[in-house]
Each structure stands twice: as structure tokens, then as C-alpha cells.
Design a protein around this ligand. Structure first.
Ligand code: GLY
Length: 570
């Protein structure tokens, strides 16, 4: 008997089987630092970076690129790139005009101040973080439409299409995504049906993630704009999903949603720099402005990078600024945020009046709480772009935690945020980032929850200097602050400034958080002798930045803290 056809078929089967068992690892080229002449994108995923660059090669501008990148991230970076969340964009045109767009999620109309308190008046540790009740009305699609209508130059369809293609044909997942998807399976199964592409016994490196339902949702957004998400089929799916749990979002919440243009926070630093950053409903711009204004009075560059003196000053500034954040910041549409007073130089001088160069201050006179930070990892995402004309855009969007509330819009194919946890559920009780708040950030129907997202653009001598931002919850503000100061005061090249270890004081808990092994033991000993206490964290915010070099070239830097961060230009 001739056995060869049988063996041939058997080998074919073996090959097919082994291909299925072990997908080909993706061969993405990921760059953490690069210098280019014309245009630059720094995003958290190489496929999204490439889409942004191609849009600009095709004649698109920075906002076109940001829109294309953001939709691509909704496919390739499901933990945070999103259409089920919200965010902020800061823009500076090549001619120097600036703008800030707020498309933060909103509390649904059925939300109420005490909705996360139990019968004893205690905050439930999970209801604002997991499940349908944690979800705010998403703003991302409205924000991208608004940005495109005002500044876009290519057609909307052209910008959404690459994401549709990626969702329909699939893409190979990276090691970082593989690890994350596997580690969240148990939580996903509480809310997600088994047929979802995110449920699997084991994800393998290079697994091709196909998201057919998401492709259809993106097509509706491509074809119908606002109504493709906030009305019609997608809205029906969202409302149906809400009804599977305790969700509060109704059709009217969706159709009422609007992105809002706001006046950016603009402030000078050491005469030659100008900061353009995000106003409330983010705390980012006010807090960053306060930090820079406070440290401007001290000769940081003489004190030296990571010197005891410089860290002491910067940490004491951070303590005071986060105390202000907790008390005074919230959605300015609902609460009269005293922005001018908070940024007033005289006021900031008084805040540092009790600063002692030789000993740590104290946060003791504040309402205490249990400040154990949740183990839940948190994620947001940021993209920085400079286009060939010199227009710049910084965009930060979020689902809050990794994969948001873990609820998934069945039929429409995307995760929903758990942004309601960014409200202050009860004065003095910390959220997942250990941040406390009060009246200014109390829950009200239709209100935006306070954010720390800090998309920021800096000028130097009136020309574009830096585009910067990060994911990382409460550590975003201090990361943007330190990376900028690392470049502007300490003279570090951008990639080193981004990679350098960071420290973070947020008033409560009264401790400096540091990344493991990033400060010398001598420095830590000296600061401890002054009264500072430390806690170690695995990593802080993940910066994506672009610096315009003195010769006009663009230096893009992704953060080594995220393996998939990718900086590319041409
Ligand atoms: N969800 C994190 C932030 O907006 O600050």
C-alpha cells in the first residue's frame, strides 16, 4: 500500500495544528527614542503609531493623525484606547493658537451623590470600580468628532477606516497584551459572555485578535458620526448592556452628551517657557501650573537632578498642590473652581511660607482615611503628535482602570469605563488612586468627574518646544512636571528625562512614592532624616513626549515603562 499520501496529509495536519497552537509572534518594530526631520507620533502601540504617520504622509495634519491613532487604539489597545471612555486634547497650531477640548465622561442623569454608600454610610469598595454602575457616559467619539470638525483636513471616513480594517482582519497581540488579557480572564468572566473575543482559556503571544462587532460599530461611527455611537444600534446595545446589570445610562444620557471646548491653562515658566495645559474637568493644568510656579522660585538646575534639595522642594510643592486639588478642583460647569486664585503667585508664595529647607512638612492636619492603594492596576493612554507644518496635539484618553469596569457592550464589541470612581464618593474617602476629594468633586447628574490627565504643550521663546502627556492616574501630573523639569532645568535629553526614576507626593498618604531602585540609598537616607517617609511602587505614569530640538528636528520619546510605547517619525 502506498502510504505517502497519508503521511503527506498527516504532516499537513501537524503543521496546521502547530500553527494554531503557536501563533507567529508579531514582528512589530518598537522604538523608544528617535529623531526625525518632519513629523512625529508617540503612541502606546506600534500599529497605531504607523497609522498616525501614514495619515500625515497622506497630507493629514496633527488632529487628523490623533483621530486616526485614537480609533486604532480602540482596537489594538483595548485596555485603555477606547470608544467607551473619555479624555482631553490640547492643541497648538503652527501659528501659536491653542485650544483645549474636554470630552470627559459624565455621570448619568440617574446618578446621585451617595450612590456608592451602603446602609451604614460607608463607601462600597467595588461598586464604583467594577460592573455597570461604575460606568460614566462615554465622551471619546463626541470628542474626536468635535476635534475633527474644527481642525481636521482629511475626511472622517479616511481617519476611521484603518481602525475598521484592523478590527475586521485582526492583529497579532504583543507580549504585554497577552499577559494582561490572561491575567484579567477571571474578572472578565463576571461580565463578558464566552463568545466575546476577549474570553479564552489562554491567549498566546501573537494571537490574532479579530473584533467583528467592534468593526461594525466603527462602521456606524464612520457613516453616521455622532449618531453612529450616541443613537441607533450602538446606543441600543449600550443601553441593553446597562440593563444586564445595575447600569444607569439611558438613551437620553447618550444623545445629550457633548464635548466642550475650554480655555486652556496658560502660564509662563522662568520667563522663556509657556505651558498650555488642560483646565477642569481635569486637575492637570491647574496642578501643573501651580507646581511650576512654586519651583520657579528655587534654582533647581544648581541644586541638581535627583539631589536631596531638589527632591525635597519638588515633593513639598507636590504635597501642597494635591491638597488644593482635593479641596478645590472639580467640574467647573458645576462648581466654581477658583482657577485664578489657585494660580496666583502671591497665593502660591503663602502656600510655601511654612516650607523648611531642612525638614519635611506634614499632612497630618487633614481628614484621615485608610489610604491603602487598591491593588488594581490602572491605565489610561496618551498620544503626542507633531505634523509637518508644526501643528501639535496632545491627547489623553482613558477607561480609568485596565479594561475599565470590565463590562463589555455585547453586540457592539467594546469595554466600558469605570470613571465614576474618579468622583469623590464621600469626602475624605480615597478612590483607587488614594486621592481624596470633597464638595467640588461630589457626584451630581451630568457632572464630569475630576481627572488628573495632563495633556500639555510647552513653548520656548514663543516657539513649539514640547508635546507631552501620560497615563498613570494620580501620578500623571507629577510625571509631566518632572519630565519637563528634567529637560528644562536639569538639561537631560528627552529620552533620559522620560526614563529617569520618579517620585510622587499626593498630600495623602503623607509619603513620597518612589519607583524601585531609582533613587540612591544616600539620597533616600538624607530625605528620611528630614522626616520624609517613602513607599515603593512598581512604576508610575508612562510618558509619551516630543521635543523640538534647537536645530528644528523632532525628538520623540516613548516610555520604557510600557514595552509597547512606540516613537516614530519621518
Ligand atoms: N481616570 C484617571 C484620571 O482621569 O485621572
Amino acid at each position: 500500500m502506498n502510504r505517502s499520501p497519508f503521511f503527506f496529509l498527516f504532516f499537513l495536519f501537524l503543521i496546521a495544528f502547530s500553527c494554531q497552537k503557536a501563533p507567529t509572534p508579531p514582528d512589530y518594530i518598537i522604538q523608544k527614542s528617535t529623531v526625525s526631520d518632519t513629523a512625529m507620533v508617540v503612541s502606546p502601540h506600534p500599529l497605531a503609531t504607523e497609522i498616525g504617520l501614514q495619515i500625515m504622509r497622506d497630507g493629514g495634519n496633527a488632529v487628523d493623525a490623533i483621530v486616526g491613532v485614537q480609533f486604532a487604539l480602540a482596537v489594538v489597545y483595548p485596555r485603555a484606547g477606547n470608544i467607551g471612555g473619555g479624555g482631553f486634547m490640547v492643541y497648538r497650531s503652527a501659528e501659536g493658537q491653542s485650544a483645549a477640548l474636554d470630552y470627559r465622561e459624565k455621570a448619568p442623569s440617574g446618578a446621585s451623590r451617595d450612590m456608592y454608600l451602603d446602609e451604614n454610610g460607608d463607601v462600597s469598595p467595588t461598586r464604583s470600580r467594577k460592573g455597570h454602575l461604575a460606568v460614566g457616559v462615554p465622551g471619546t467619539v463626541a470628542g474626536l468628532l468635535e476635534a475633527h470638525q474644527k481642525y481636521g483636513s482629511l475626511s472622517w471616513e479616511r481617519l476611521v477606516q484603518p481602525a475598521i480594517d484592523l478590527a475586521r482582519t485582526g492583529f497579532a497581540i504583543t507580549q504585554a497584551e497577552t499577559n494582561r488579557l490572561n491575567s484579567f480572564q477571571e474578572q472578565f468572566r463576571e461580565y463578558i459572555k464566552p463568545e466575546s473575543p476577549f474570553i479564552r482559556d489562554t491567549f498566546l503571544l501573537g494571537h490574532k485578535l479579530v473584533q467583528s462587532d467592534l468593526a461594525l460599530t466603527l462602521e456606524r461611527i464612520r457613516d453616521h458620526g455622532f449618531d453612529g455611537f450616541y443613537a441607533g444600534k450602538t446606543a441600543d446595545y449600550i443601553v441593553e448592556e446597562m440593563q444586564r446589570g445595575e447600569g444607569l445610562i439611558h438613551h437620553q444620557d447618550l444623545t445629550d452628551y457633548r464635548a466642550v471646548w475650554r480655555e486652556p491653562i496658560v502660564q509662563t515658566y522662568r520667563d522663556k517657557y509657556k505651558m498650555i495645559s488642560m483646565p477642569p474637568s481635569s486637575s492637570g493644568g491647574v496642578a501643573l501650573g501651580q507646581l511650576l510656579s512654586i519651583v520657579e522660585a528655587y534654582p533647581l538646575s544648581e541644586l541638581g537632578f535627583h539631589s536631596v534639595e531638589a527632591i525635597h522642594i519638588m515633593a513639598e510643592a507636590e504635597r501642597r498642590v494635591y491638597a488644593d486639588r482635593a479641596r478645590h478642583l472639580g467640574d467647573s460647569d458645576f462648581y466654581s473652581v477658583p482657577i485664578d486664585s489657585l494660580l496666583d503667585e502671591n497665593y502660591l508664595d503663602t502656600r510655601m511660607a511654612d516650607f523648611d529647607v531642612s525638614s519635611a512638612g506634614s499632612s497630618d492636619d487633614t481628614e484621615a482615611g485608610s489610604f491603602t492603594l487598591a491593588k488594581e492596576s490602572f491605565e489610561t493612554t496618551h498620544t503626542s503628535v507633531v505634523d509637518p507644518l508644526g501643528n501639535a496635539a496632545a491627547i489623553t484618553t482613558t477607561l480609568n482602570s485596565n479594561y475599565g469596569s470590565k463590562t463589555f457592550v455585547h453586540g457592539a464589541g467594546f469595554f466600558l469605563n469605570n470613571e465614576m470612581d474618579d468622583f469623590s464618593s464621600k469626602p475624605g474617602v480615597p478612590n483607587q488612586f488614594g486621592l481624596v476629594g470633597a464638595e467640588a468633586n461630589a457626584i451630581e447628574p451630568g457632572k464630569r468627574m475630576l481627572s488628573s490627565m495632563t495633556p500639555t504643550i510647552f513653548e520656548k521663546d514663543e516657539a513649539l518646544f514640547m508635546v507631552i502627556g501620560a497615563p498613570g492616574g494620580s501620578t500623571i501630573i507629577t510625571a509631566v512636571f518632572q519630565v519637563f523639569v528634567n529637560v528644562a532645568d536639569f538639561g537631560l535629553p528627552l529620552d533620559q528625562a522620560v526614563a529617569a526614576g520618579r517620585f510622587h507626593h499626593q498630600w495623602l498618604p503623607d509619603m513620597i512614592a518612589i519607583e524601585k531602585d531609582q533613587l540612591s540609598s544616600d539620597v533616600i537616607d538624607s530625605l528620611q532624616a528630614m522626616g520624609h517617609q517613602f513607599r515603593t511602587v512598581n512604576r508610575m505614569a508612562v510618558i509619551k513626549a516630543i521635543q523640538v530640538l534647537p536645530d528644528g528636528k523632532l525628538h520623540g520619546a516613548g516610555d520604557p515603562r510600557n514595552p509597547d510605547d512606540d516613537a516614530k517619525g519621518y
